[in-house]
Each structure stands twice: as structure tokens, then as C-alpha cells.
Ligand binder design. Structure first.
Ligand SMILES: [Zn+2]
Length: 386
């Protein structure tokens, strides 16, 4: 079993690549999942020697090449023309540490604000600036160019994809969200279900009545907002009685299958992984991802299990294995607040992931975890590796 750590480039560079590398190897961690292209973030950094917080708008931590179309990553302003990924890539080459790209795709408020015509479009026709729509050809071109750029210029063993799909919800609260009406799981999903020209056309080609589906979405969101339908309405039950909306959502899976096949080519020999399970692995279809079908172009899934008990983590891994029986399953664990508050639980979670057959565990995340929690990781790894 292998162990990896997610990390932001500023934490690695502030402390020094060699020092971070030594520290990770001491913990038993041999892979670094480095953020390369990312959504906006404000992070509290308990053990960073240079700063206690860092704010970044949606940006890349490398200088993009010139092979992009209309959409191109926006390099982080604070780099001042430098290339953080290149600096880390160069120095990690001397260490026995594997470097992977942690790559955010469609969740990008900056590109969404610059190009509102390529964002998710609500059933009411509003643009959701935090999410790019992967049905749009310009977004597809951007995602492919991004992966190609990363693999052409840097030496990543793995390219890990986050939100290369139909991201929905309220965008992780990156701005001052104002929801004084509870939409619930169903309402949030329907509000983020994209009805842009491309999504509607794909659905029509699949034989789905897109206009009927859109009308049902509008009616249901309004009913929930006005309290005529409870916000906690049973999602599965609702879809059973609204098959046209389920068919509309399912039509998106073909788009992602075709995109991921092209991404596998663009990865140019690097292994390709996809993060799933932020809102439950069983709900991957809500993001347009058919885990069984995507297992073919992908090399593995990282199941996000930021949970507090071994049982919950094992359940998520088993659910993923049931949905994609031939896929390699990796686990993503959060050994810190708000999920975990003691060493024994970290040990339980890692042992549970090992017993459930996970090929690899990634821990979230180097700069965000206090030193004490990093020590817990070391104990947990030593327990399972003997
Ligand atoms: Zn769309």
C-alpha cells in the first residue's frame, strides 16, 4: 500500500522542498499530490514558517504554455512571473518522492466570471460562475490543453482530476453565499443541473425531452423554495417519479466518457485518477460520472472519505468497488478537523482503508494539518506497514 500527501506549493516552498520531502519520507509518505491548478482558497497554515494564512484566487501555480484556446489558466499573481510547480518539480527530482498533479478542472470562478457563456446554466437560465460546463467545446478544449500542458512540461507520475465533471451546489461557499431558503440536496442539485445550449442538445440527441425536464426542475425548485415541498424530500423517490429529469442528467455521462478517453491520451503515460465521493460515492451520477464506464479510460479512483469513523470510510470504499468492480480504488482521508480529533481514529481509518483493499491512501493536507496530526499519520502508517 502506498501513501501520499496533498499539498499547496506555498507550504512546500516556504519550508523548503528538501525539508518537506524529508519530513514526508519520515512519516512513511512517498508521494506528493501538488496543487497545480486550483479554485479560490483562504487557508489557515498552522506550521508554515513564513505565514499563517494564504489567500489565492482561482489560478494556476505554473506559467501556462501557449497551446490553449479561448480559456487558459490564470497564473497566480503572487508568483510574480515565477513558476512554483517548475521549482518544486526540479527539486523533487533529486528526492525519492513521487510528484503528482492535483488538478482542479471545472470549478473555477475566475474563468467563469471572464467567460459566463461557458458556465453551468441553471434551469432558469442564470449563469453559475463557479462552475464551467464540460459540455461546452471550449471547456473541453481547455481541460485537455491543461492536462497536456502539465504532462508535457513537468514530470508527474499521476495526474489527479478534481471537478473535471458537472460540479454543482453552491460552489463550496467561495463567496458570501446568501441562501435564506433551504433548497436541500434535491433543490441544490436541480438548481445546478446545467441547461446550457450544449447540454440540452446532447440530451435531445439522446432522445430526452429537455424542455419537459427543465420545466420539472423549475417547478420543483420553486416548490421547495416556497415550502410546498420539504427540503429533505427523498431524492431517489423524487427521481423515480420524474424519469425525464433522471434521463436528462444521465445523458451527460456520454459527454464525460468521451472527455475522459481524450484526457487519458493527453496524460501521455502518466496515470490518470479521478476524485469521487465529495457528496457520497453513490451520487457520482449527479456529477455526470458513471464510475463503471469511466474505469476504462482512468487508472484509478480516489474516493474522498473525509469521515470520522472506520465504518463510514469502509462503506465509501465498498460502494466505489461495487460501482466500478475492475477499478483500482484509492482512499482520501482527512486526519484532522472537522472529521478527526485523535490518533486512534487516524489509525482506525488507515487500517480500515487497507482492509477494504485500497491500493493507496492520500492524506489531506500537509500545510493545513497541525504538526501533531502529521505525527498521527506516522503512527497510523507504521501500524499497517508493520
Ligand atoms: Zn451545460
Amino acid at each position: 500500500m502506498d501513501f501520499a500527501m496533498w499539498a499547496y506549493p506555498w507550504d512546500v516552498l516556504d519550508e523548503g522542498v528538501e525539508r518537506v520531502s524529508d519530513r514526508l519520507l519520515d512519516l512513511g509518505v512517498t508521494e506528493l499530490n501538488l496543487a497545480t491548478n486550483y479554485h479560490s482558497v483562504q487557508a489557515f497554515l498552522p506550521h508554515n514558517p513564513e505565514r499563517k494564512t494564504f489567500f489565492a484566487r482561482a489560478s494556476s501555480y505554473f506559467q501556462p504554455g501557449d497551446e490553449y484556446g479561448r480559456l487558459s489558466p490564470v497564473p497566480n499573481e503572487t508568483m510574480s512571473g515565477e513558476d512554483w510547480v517548475a521549482r518544486i518539480d526540479e527539486r523533487v527530482a533529486d528526492a525519492p518522492l513521487t510528484l503528482n498533479s492535483w488538478t482542479v478542472g471545472c470549478h473555477n470562478s475566475r474563468l467563469g466570471m471572464r467567460h459566463p457563456d461557458v458556465t453551468l446554466t441553471t434551469p432558469f437560465g442564470d449563469s453559475l460562475v463557479f462552475g464551467l460546463c464540460p459540455s461546452h467545446p471550449d471547456v473541453r478544449e481547455y481541460l485537455l490543453a491543461l492536462v497536456r500542458d502539465l504532462t508535457d512540461r513537468f514530470t508527474f507520475d499521476r495526474i489527479e482530476l478534481e471537478t473535471f465533471d458537472y460540479f454543482h451546489g453552491s460552489g463550496f461557499g467561495w463567496h458570501h453565499d446568501k441562501y435564506h431558503t433551504e433548497l436541500g440536496a434535491l433543490g441544490e442539485f436541480l438548481f445546478g443541473l446545467c441547461f446550457c445550449d450544449y447540454c440540452r442538445e446532447h440530451a435531445r440527441l439522446a432522445g430526452v425531452d429537455a424542455e419537459r425536464a427543465r420545466e420539472r426542475c423549475r417547478e420543483t425548485i420553486t416548490e421547495i423554495a416556497e415550502g410546498r415541498l420539504p427540503a429533505d424530500v427523498d431524492v431517489a423517490g423524487w427521481f423515480e417519479s420524474n424519469p425525464e429529469v433522471r434521463a436528462y442528467a444521465d445523458a451527460r455521462t456520454d459527454t464525460l466518457e468521451s472527455l475522459f478517453a481524450a484526457l487519458a491520451d493527453a496524460a501521455n503515460g502518466a496515470e490518470l485518477g479521478y476524485y469521487t465521493g465529495f457528496f457520497g460515492v453513490e451520487n457520482a451520477w449527479m456529477h455526470g460520472a458513471d464510475l463503471r464506464a469511466l474505469a476504462d479510460p482512468l487508472d484509478y479512483y480516489t474516493v474522498i472519505a473525509y469521515v470520522s469513523t472506520r465504518g463510514e470510510a469502509v462503506d465509501r470504499l465498498h460502494t466505489a468497488a461495487a460501482l466500478a468492480p475492475d477499478a483500482s480504488i484509492h482512499a482520501g482521508l482527512l486526519p484532522g478537523h472537522p472529521a478527526v480529533h485523535d490518533e486512534a481514529t487516524v489509525c482506525d481509518l488507515v487500517a480500515g482503508a487497507a482492509d477494504a483493499g485500497a491500493d493507496r491512501v492520500s492524506f489531506y493536507n500537509y500545510g493545513l494539518l497541525p504538526t501533531r496530526n502529521l505525527d498521527w499519520i506516522e503512527t497510523a502508517i507504521k501500524r499497517v506497514t508493520g
